[in-house]
Write a protein of this length. Structure first.
Length: 123
């Protein structure tokens, strides 16, 4: 009996060395090999250094928030002062008739204070 020969596969363009990817995959591989974030920097620091750095950042954030709140407060004060000046100007420039001799104008009642809410029962 003669051994049967297996049919030969179709000849390829060139034998490729093992471990290489087709042409299209090479560019994707280089794009995905970005270095990981620098976590080794934090790992090399001691715990106390990490805490000190965090505390500095935290204090800077607190200071920045305080400055922003102060700016907002000053802006609010300026707006309220401008509104009060506008109201005073409007009262002064309002046209009214003159009263006969001996009569005095009634003082305008003050605006009631805005309600600050209600207290619970028992107070």
């Amino acid at each position: 009996e003669a051994p049967k020969e297996a049919p030969k596969p179709a000849p390829q363009e060139a034998p490729k060395p093992k471990g290489t990817l087709p042409k299209g995959f090479e560019t994707q591989q280089t794009q995905t090999q970005t270095p990981p974030p620098s976590t080794t920097n934090n790992q090399s620091k001691s715990r106390s250094e990490q805490l000190e750095e965090y505390e500095k950042d935290y204090l800077q954030r607190l200071e920045q928030e305080r400055i922003e709140q102060e700016k907002e407060y000053q802006e609010q004060l300026r707006q309220e002062a401008a509104e009060a000046a506008a109201q005073a100007q409007a009262k002064a420039s309002s046209s009214r008739g003159s009263l006969p001799k001996g009569f005095e104008a009634k003082p305008e009642p003050e605006q009631p204070k805005p309600s600050r809410g209600t207290l619970p029962k028992g107070f």
